[in-house]
Design a protein around this ligand. Structure first.
Ligand SMILES: [Mg+2]
Length: 233
């Protein structure tokens, strides 16, 4: 294959914590509506609403906030009061304002790769919020480009590689989602690296094609440094 020159990273739960905030908000939601339905049922209804709404609203906190409100109306049979809706809006706002907590080895890894490769950040979600998170992370200077996309498909990776004067055959994408970060990158002809996160949201490990030489799994982000040195030979 052509020589690797572009290394791309997912952001949420690859470079910094994200799911912990959604998880905490879901639990709080469950407690808030436990006078209507059992907590687990409230959370399950919220999750169902969320995945239905992604098609319309996309990913991110604003979409999640609308889903909380919609679910609250549903669960309460229309009886939810303005005070409770205000509380849900506040929960959403807190999620947008939280501090960025980097995951282990993030800075070391980017420092080690910078200079030898063009580094990119590719993330799904709400443009405004993701831009703020990139700024707040203090990592922006490591990246030649920050790509905030609505979906991660093989065409997305082709388009991004082209924009950075490269091809997907020279590209590696590392992330915590097999479905978004790894499989479409491999399908596009590049290298997909799975960096597992302890709170697994959409774990589809078994879907990794066994016959591909372009799939790798590393224990943490730092594993990528040895990996690319190995690929270079
Ligand atoms: Mg992620």
């Amino acid at each position: 294959m052509s020589e690797l020159d572009l290394i791309a990273f997912d952001a949420d739960d690859t470079l910094w914590h994200n799911l912990i905030h959604f998880d905490a908000a879901q639990k709080q939601f469950g407690q808030m509506f436990s006078n209507y339905v059992p907590e687990a049922q409230a959370i399950a209804t919220l999750e169902k609403t969320e995945s239905h709404n992604i098609k319309t609203y996309g990913f991110g906190v604003k979409s999640f906030t609308l889903s909380m409100i919609e679910t609250a109306i549903k669960i309460s049979g229309g009886g939810v009061d303005a005070h409770t809706i205000t509380k849900l809006l506040e929960m959403g706002r807190d999620m947008l304002d939280h501090d960025i907590e980097l995951l282990p080895h993030v800075e070391d890894t980017l420092k080690a790769l910078q200079g030898d490769y063009k580094l990119l950040l590719i993330t799904k979600g709400d443009l405004h919020h993701q831009e703020r998170k990139v700024l707040a992370s203090g990592l922006a200077h490591y990246f030649e480009g920050v790509e905030i996309v609505s979906d991660k498909k093989p065409e997305t990776y082709h388009r991004i590689a082209k924009r950075h004067a490269s091809t997907t055959a020279q590209m590696l994408m590392a992330g915590n989602s097999i479905r978004s970060d790894v499989l479409p990158m491999i399908a596009a002809g590049g290298i997909g690296v799975y960096v597992p996160f302890e709170m697994i949201w959409d774990h589809e490990h078994e879907e990794v094609p066994a016959d591909t030489e372009r799939f790798y799994e590393v224990k943490d982000l730092n594993g990528i440094v040895d990996l690319v040195r190995g690929i270079k030979g």
